[in-house]
Design a protein around this ligand. Structure first.
Ligand code: PEP
Length: 248
C-alpha cells in the first residue's frame, strides 16, 4: 500500500528566526499519526533544523545537483545533504522547471543520482493552464513521467514518490477540484501499472499539490488515488500545516 505523506515546501521564505520558530511550533503541534511528515526548508537551515528536530518530521531539500562533488559553483550534492541530516529531495518542481529551465532530461539525471545515492525523492509533475485549456493535460504529464521517471526498473519505481501539481493551482489560491485531481492521479497510477505492474502501481505514493489548505485537504485526501499533499503556502503556518496533516 502507498505510504501517506504530507510534505511542506517552504520555498525561499522565512529568515532564520522565523524558520526556527516554525520548527519549534511543529515540534509542539505535530501529533502522533500514521501520516509521514516531511519539511523542505531552504537548504541552509537543514543542519540547524536537524539538530532541533524531535523526530516528528523528516527533512529534505528543495533542490540538489546530480553530481557528487566538484567545480559546480552554487550547487549542493546529495552526499552533502545527507551529511547535514537531509534524507529526501524535491525533483522537478514547476518553479525549478520554469525559472531555472530544468528540463525532463536534466531531471532524469537527478532521479538517477538519487537512486544511486540511496536518497529519497519526490518527483513533481503538472501542466500549465494553457495545456489544460486545450485538454492536453494527460499527454503533458505522461510525457514528463516517461522522459524522467519511466526508465526506472520496477524495483526502483517502488522508491519513487510522485507529486501531481497543476501549475495553474500553485500559489494561486485556485485548487484543482477533488474530481480533477483524482482523475489525474488515477491516470498516473494506471500508467505505472501499464509500464510496470499492479503491485508497483498500488505501492507508489502520489501526492497532490496546488493551493491545498485546511479547508480542502479532507476532500482531496479522501480520494482513493490521492495519498497526501505537497504543501506550499499553508506549510508556513504551523496551525494550517498541522490541520492539513490531521485532515487524514
Ligand atoms: C508547491 O509549491 O509545491 C505548492 C503546492 O504551493 P502552494 O500550496 O502554495 O500552491
Amino acid at each position: 500500500m502507498a505510504q501517506k505523506i504530507v510534505a511542506g515546501n517552504w520555498k525561499m521564505n522565512l529568515e532564520k528566526e522565523e524558520a526556527f520558530d516554525l520548527v519549534n511550533q511543529l515540534n509542539e503541534k505535530i501529533e502522533e499519526s500514521t501520516v509521514r511528515v516531511i519539511a523542505f526548508p531552504p537548504s541552509i537551515y537543514v543542519l540547524p533544523i536537524s539538530k532541533m528536530s524531535q523526530g516528528k518530521f523528516d527533512l529534505g531539500v528543495q533542490n540538489f545537483y546530480a553530481k557528487s562533488a566538484g567545480a559546480y559553483t552554487g550547487e549542493i550534492s546529495i552526499p552533502q545533504v545527507k551529511s547535514v541530516g537531509g534524507s529526501i529531495g524535491l525533483i522537478g518542481h514547476s518553479e525549478r522547471r520554469e525559472y531555472f529551465q530544468e528540463g525532463n532530461e536534466f531531471l532524469k539525471e537527478k532521479v538517477d543520482a538519487a537512486l544511486e545515492n540511496s536518497f529519497e525523492f519526490i518527483f513533481c509533475c503538472g501542466e500549465p493552464l494553457e495545456v489544460r485549456e486545450v485538454g492536453e493535460e494527460l499527454n503533458f504529464v505522461k510525457k514528463q513521467l516517461e522522459e524522467s521517471l519511466f526508465h526506472l526498473s520496477a524495483e526502483q519505481m517502488w522508491k519513487a514518490i510522485i507529486a501531481y501539481e497543476p501549475i495553474w493551482a500553485i500559489g494561486t489560491g485556485r485548487t484543482a477540484s477533488a474530481e480533477q485531481a483524482e482523475d489525474m492521479h488515477a491516470n498516473i497510477r494506471s500508467w505505472v501499472e501499464e509500464k510496470y505492474n499492479e503491485e508497483t502501481a498500488k505501492s507508489v505514493t502520489i501526492l497532490y499539490g496546488g493551493s491545498c489548505k485546511p479547508e480542502n485537504a479532507k476532500e482531496l485526501f479522501a480520494c482513493p488515488n490521492i495519498d497526501g499533499g505537497l504543501i506550499g503556502g499553508a506549510a508556513l503556518k504551523a496551525d494550517d500545516f498541522c490541520a492539513i496533516i490531521n485532515a487524514f
